[in-house]
Design a protein around this ligand. Structure first.
Ligand code: GLU
Length: 484
């Protein structure tokens, strides 16, 4: 292990499908470490116990492994500054909360959720941004002790200077100045004793000896809170680098409503991880035209943190397709190509499970591509004609698809049982029989009304492909509504 080089990290929260934005930030950190002879570390930030799940954590690890990025320390590989999962570090944070209270940099707050809601309501009504009003800031020590002893619930909040601004340098944004009066008295330790993101993030970055914090620009506004914590503890601040977010072609923030954002979507469709990393890596480096096709090592070589690309990260799917095609045609040997194709088809057991589901439904093997091909296809060719044989009207079909789409987003686990239950609940909600709700979904998933069992198919396709097919189906069916 090198001790002199920089130490950087990716710190994902396992609260959803691994996002290409996470990989984009991870790649930046990885290239930085590789170029500068440092270490790239993975830490799981699961302090939000209500939204973090072990399944999502596993998916984050699988997605990051799929990309080819490798970390020197992390929850799966260990390391000298572990554990690397924040929920396993809970006891480590306690003394730091106490230290800030003792030094007078933080205070106990007994405000109830109801009071905070009333406060925010009043602020909203007055057109002011929501911010803690300091209700408990000056409670007497005896009162705090008495209320604690009486068992009253409390959190620990940080104190914020009342005047001036937080001035700091960002490696990407340059000099930044944020007035202190726009900074909230952040909760540091929650009622259940768990730290919030801000508290755990700073303590861990310090304890894990992180030298450079490179993350998405959405965290720029949090830097004053973080800087204050470094000062309160008397610790050396890291170098800050906030990267511009990836955007859709229309400059809006990359979101799953416009473009699929899950890594699992890109792997399911048969993008090569090398091509995706090549595509993302081009956002950071300056190259001449014709030099686009680059491996991870070549990207690292050309990576220069002092001369980052200023072009902005536009998620241009056509460019990704172009690079992916070039990787397939120019970089894979025929043997590699075959091996990679088989590996891809076997992902999520689509091939084997698809065959098992098909066996009782065919009379000749040659019917397989027609019957089960939708499990592997990028596009099932949905068109108005695909939906025209349904018993439901286009308006009803659209209502079914939209309801299913919204409700599936709420599923925590993605498996046959969970999908089965959810679709039954949708049928109840719509006051329709399950056998009325399922035919439009068969078509949306497979492009055909004769296909494999629906719930199994959806489980095999995976959440992100299902989301995309429902989205396409909704667009197609919406075009039929009114032209009946
Ligand atoms: N857990 C945060 C996230 O999910 C990490 C932010 C940071 O890198 O400080 O984005």
């Amino acid at each position: 292990m090198s001790t002199s080089g920089p130490r950087v990290r990716i710190a994902p929260s396992p609260t959803g499908e691994p996002h290409v934005g996470t990989v984009y930030i991870a790649l930046f950190n990885y290239l930085f470490a590789k170029k500068m002879g440092g270490e790239f570390i993975l830490r799981i930030e699961d302090t939000d116990a209500t939204r973090s799940t072990p399944e999502f954590e596993q998916k984050v690890l699988d997605a990051l492994k799929w990309t080819g990025l490798a970390w020197a320390e992390g929850p799966d590989v260990g390391g000298p500054y572990g554990p690397y999962r924040q929920s396993d570090r809970k006891a480590m944070y306690q003394p730091y909360g106490q230290e800030l209270l003792d030094k007078g940099h933080a205070f106990r707050c007994f405000c109830t959720p109801e009071r905070l809601e009333q406060m925010r309501e009043a602020q909203r009504a007055a057109g002011k941004p929501p911010k803690y009003d300091g209700h408990c800031l000056n409670l007497k020590a005896e009162e705090v002790t008495a209320r604690m002893e009486a068992g009253e619930a409390s959190v620990i909040r940080m104190k914020i200077p009342t005047e001036g601004s937080c001035d700091f340098h960002d490696g990407v944004y340059g000099d930044v100045s944020i007035p202190w009066d726009s900074v909230d008295m952040q909760v540091l330790i929650k009622g259940d004793g768990m730290p919030t993101y801000h508290m755990a993030n700073v303590i861990d970055d310090h304890l894990m000896k992180i030298t450079h914090v490179a993350r998405g620009e959405e965290w720029l506004a949090s830097v004053p809170k973080h800087i204050l914590l470094y000062r309160y503890f008397g610790w050396q601040e890291p170098v800050w680098m906030h990267l511009s977010l990836m955007r859709n072609a229309d400059k809006s923030k990359l979101s799953k409503r416009k473009n699929p954002t899950s890594i699992s979507y890109y792997s399911a469709l048969g993008y090569l991880p090398e091509a995706l990393m090549n595509f993302l890596g081009l956002f950071f480096i300056q190259i001449a035209e014709g030099e686009e096709l680059l491996s991870m090592d070549e990207l690292a070589e050309k990576f220069d943190p002092d001369n980052l690309s200023k072009a902005g990260a536009i998620f241009d799917i056509q460019k990704l397709d172009w690079l992916n095609g070039r990787w397939i045609r120019e970089k894979l040997t025929p043997e590699d190509f075959i091996a990679r194709t088989l590996e891809w088809a076997s992902e999520n057991e689509r091939l084997t499970e698809g065959l098992k589901l098909s066996q009782s439904r065919i009379s000749k093997l040659g019917e397989l591509p027609q019957l089960a091909g939708f499990l592997l296809a990028n596009d099932v060719g949905l068109a108005p004609a695909s939906f025209s044989g349904l018993k439901t009207t286009p308006a009803e079909t659209l209502e079914i698809i939209n309801t299913v789409q919204a409700d599936l987003e709420k599923l925590v686990e993605w498996n046959v049982e969970a999908i089965d239950q959810e679709l039954r609940a949708v049928a109840d909600k719509l006051g329709k029989k399950l056998r009325v709700v399922t035919p439009p979904l068969f078509v949306a998933m497979s492009g055909s009304s004769r296909s494999l069992p629906l719930f199994d198919s959806m489980a095999l396709l995976g959440r992100s492909v299902v989301r995309q097919r429902l989205k396409i189906a909704a667009t197609v069916v919406a075009s039929m509504v009114g032209s009946e």
